[in-house]
Design a protein around this ligand. Structure first.
Ligand SMILES: C[S@@+](CC[C@H](N)C(=O)[O-])C[C@H]1O[C@@H](n2cnc3c(N)ncnc32)[C@H](O)[C@@H]1O
Length: 283
């Protein structure tokens, strides 16, 4: 959402066409419509229930006239021509990005191939082929972050701003911990100090970085974003949260810590009616 808002600056007042791939409930794209009254949205998700929910959310928010959704896979043959037909100005994607051990598929909302980058690489390839003006991606430190940002740069995009959240392992990432530690492209930290910061009850095995970025089509690709990724992720894997206190990358970056209490508060806000929210917030 933050990266999307950052990218919207380039589209202010332009009646832009936003395409959100792997749109889920539509929350990111719908928030962009909220901020940019002239924009329109086309969302695509392989889960047809998610498509219906996104459509219902758009109606509920009063954006039905500006938002359309379809049930389709990123790998469908018509994806590239759809992006051309939509005259896509902004391409947004918060995909699955958890690495899947061989023979152990994760649920559709999480699993993304052997190194966790399958969906991201597909979206970057679609951006390369169709060249929207801005690209908004989310990824994490477990899914070859340097490779993903490097691919986006090779596709002609410049990373304008990076948003980073340190978080404790979750249901899916925690379930593949033993596999993650074998991957040279997965960066995590299990130091006592870092675990204590993200999960003060000790209920975490490791911490990792959730990231998002806004990219602009540039024509003169640099490797600044890729260098930023390498420096950030290797230093985080070595020194945990200490690395983040002083981090200075080649890319403008904002870094936060989201601990277990923040996660509980967010879940309560997102999923519960008011009395359930209050209950969750007062254990
Ligand atoms: C991490 S969720 C994010 C949902 C939404 N973008 C958001 O930010 O709330 C990932 C989404 O990717 C969708 N997805 C997984 N594989 C897909 C594919 N091959 N094509 C399109 N969508 C896919 C899932 O159904 C899920 O809704």
């Amino acid at each position: 959402m933050l990266a999307g808002e950052r990218a919207l600056v380039a589209h202010a007042g332009k009646n832009s066409s936003i395409v959100e791939l792997t749109s889920g409930s539509g929350l990111v794209g719908l928030q962009l419509l909220n901020l940019e009254p002239g924009a329109r949205l086309f969302g695509v998700d392989v889960d047809c229930d998610a498509e219906s929910i996104a459509r219902a959310n758009a109606e509920l928010l009063g954006y039905g006239g500006r938002a359309r959704f379809a049930c389709a896979s990123l790998w469908d043959g018509g994806m590239e021509s759809m992006l051309h037909a939509e005259n896509t100005d902004m391409l947004v994607c918060n995909p699955p990005y958890i690495p899947e051990p061989p023979g152990a598929a994760l649920p559709v909302e999480a699993g993304a191939g052997a190194d966790g980058s399958a969906h991201l690489r597909r979206v970057v390839a679609l951006a390369k082929a169709t060249q929207p003006e801005t690209l908004v991606l989310s990824w994490c430190s477990l899914c070859d972050p340097e490779g993903i940002v490097g691919d986006a740069e090779e596709a002609g995009y410049h990373l304008d701003e990076l948003f980073v959240v340190v978080i404790a392992d979750g249901e899916y990432s925690g379930s593949v911990h033993d596999y993650l530690v074998t991957l040279p492209t997965a960066f995590l930290n299990s130091s006592h100090e870092t675990i204590a910061a993200v999960a003060s009850d000790g209920a975490a095995r490791f911490a990792y970085l959730l990231m998002s970025g806004s990219f602009t089509r540039d024509g003169m690709p640099s490797h600044a974003g890729q260098k930023t990724m390498r420096a950030l992720c290797t230093d985080f894997a070595d020194r945990g949260i200490r690395a983040l206190e002083t981090f200075q990358g080649a890319t403008e970056s904002r870094i936060w810590l989201l601990d277990r209490w923040d996660e509980i508060a967010l879940r309560a806000i997102l999923h519960g009616p008011m009395d359930a929210r209050l209950h969750a917030l007062s254990p």
